[in-house]
Unconditional design. Structure first.
Length: 329
C-alpha cells in the first residue's frame, strides 16, 4: 500500500505541475505581441499611527474599515495633567512680565537718583573750590553718586534676569503646547483603517501603536516576470490590471519598480531551462486619484492578472481597454 500511495501522490504533483505549465503557456499564447502577463496580488502600504507620548487614551474616533482623509483626527490622549502644567507655565510667564516691569521701573528710579547725585556732586565740587563747602561734603556726594551708578547696574542685571526667566517660561509654554498637539493623533495619509489596536481608557507607552491605516497613495500589484520579459520593462511603462473580484473591469497602472536582481541567486553556469526559471519582481502602481473613487474595489490581498508593455507604444487590445466599475448608483 505504501508504494501505490507514493505513486499516487507523485502522479498528482506531476499533473499539478503540468497544469500550471499549461496555464502559463496558454496565458503567454493569449497575450498580444509587445505585452507580458502575470498573475499577482494587490498590496497596500501600511502606516502605523503611534503615540509620541506615554499616556491614557481618551478617545479613538475611528473603527476598523473606516475611510480616513489626510490630517483627520484619529485618537486623543488624556491631557488633564498637561493642561494643568500649561496653566502653571503661563502663570510663570505673567510673573516674569511683572518682574520685567518692576526692573524697568527700578532702573528709571535709580537713573533719576543718579542724575540728582551727579548734580549734587558738581555743586559740592564748586563749593569746595570756593571754600564755601567742605571736602567731607564733596566726598560724601561723590560716594552717593557711585552708589547710585552701582544701583543702576544692579537694576539692569535684574532686568536681564527677568527677561531670561520670561524666555524660559515661554519655552516651557511652547513645549507643553507641543505636547498637547502630540496628544492628538492625526493620520498622515488618505486611506482606510485596517486595525484599531487600543480602546479608550487604555494606557500606551511612548511609541505605542494606536491605529494601523492602509495608505491609498501607495497601492500596487506585485508580479514576477521571467528574465527575458523583465529586461524589456521600463519604469513608467503602462500596465493593466484585471482583478478576479471585478473581472469585467480593467484598471490602469504604471510600472513603478523593477528589481535589479532575480528573486533567487542563479548559478554561475546555467542551462537555458534554468534561465527561464529566473523571475524579477515588478511593482505596478495604481493612481491614488483613481482610488479616491474606486477604493471599495481595489483592496489589499485581491488577486488578479496584470498585463505590462514590454515594447514601447505596444497597442492594447480591445479586451484590455480601460473599463472602470460604475459607481453612479
Amino acid at each position: 500500500m505504501r508504494g501505490p500511495a507514493m505513486f499516487a501522490v507523485a502522479a498528482v504533483l506531476t499533473l499539478a505541475a503540468g497544469g500550471y505549465l499549461y496555464w502559463t503557456h496558454l496565458m503567454a499564447a493569449q497575450t498580444p505581441e509587445g505585452l507580458a502577463s502575470a498573475n499577482g496580488r494587490i498590496e497596500v502600504t501600511r502606516v502605523d499611527i503611534a503615540s509620541k507620548l506615554p499616556g491614557r487614551v481618551a478617545h479613538v474616533h475611528v473603527k476598523e474599515g473606516d475611510a480616513v482623509h489626510q490630517g483627520e483626527l484619529i485618537a486623543e490622549l488624556d491631557t488633564a495633567e498637561l493642561r494643568a502644567q500649561l496653566a502653571g507655565a503661563e502663570a510663570a510667564v505673567q510673573r516674569a512680565i511683572a518682574t520685567i516691569a518692576r526692573a524697568q521701573a527700578d532702573i528709571a528710579i535709580r537713573t533719576a537718583e543718579q542724575d540728582l547725585a551727579e548734580i549734587e556732586l558738581q555743586r559740592a565740587a564748586r563749593l569746595e573750590q570756593t571754600s564755601a563747602g567742605t571736602k567731607a561734603d564733596f566726598d560724601r556726594r561723590r560716594a552717593q553718586n557711585l552708589v547710585a551708578a552701582a544701583q543702576i547696574e544692579g537694576s539692569h542685571a535684574a532686568l536681564i534676569e527677568a527677561k531670561a526667566a520670561k524666555e524660559a517660561a515661554d519655552a516651557q509654554v511652547g513645549q507643553i503646547k507641543a505636547m498637547l498637539d502630540d496628544s492628538e493623533l492625526h493620520t498622515p495619509v488618505f486611506g482606510r483603517v485596517e486595525y484599531k489596536l487600543v480602546q479608550a481608557g487604555e494606557v500606551v507607552p511612548a511609541g505605542g501603536r494606536v491605529v494601523s491605516v492602509l495608505d491609498f497613495s501607495d497601492v500596487y500589484m506585485t508580479i514576477f516576470l521571467p528574465t527575458g520579459e523583465s529586461g524589456r520593462v521600463a519604469l513608467g511603462s503602462q500596465a493593466r490590471i484585471v482583478l478576479d473580484s471585478v473581472p469585467n473591469a480593467v484598471f490602469p497602472a504604471t510600472v513603478s519598480f523593477v528589481a535589479a536582481e532575480a528573486q533567487f541567486t542563479p548559478k554561475t553556469v546555467e542551462t537555458l531551462n534554468e534561465r527561464q526559471k529566473l523571475t524579477y519582481r515588478v511593482k505596478l502602481a495604481i493612481d491614488p486619484k483613481l482610488l479616491e473613487t474606486y477604493r471599495d474595489y481595489v483592496k489589499a490581498g485581491l488577486t488578479g492578472n496584470a498585463y505590462v508593455q514590454i515594447t514601447p507604444n505596444a497597442s492594447w487590445p480591445a479586451s484590455l481597454a480601460i473599463r472602470l466599475p460604475d459607481v453612479s448608483h
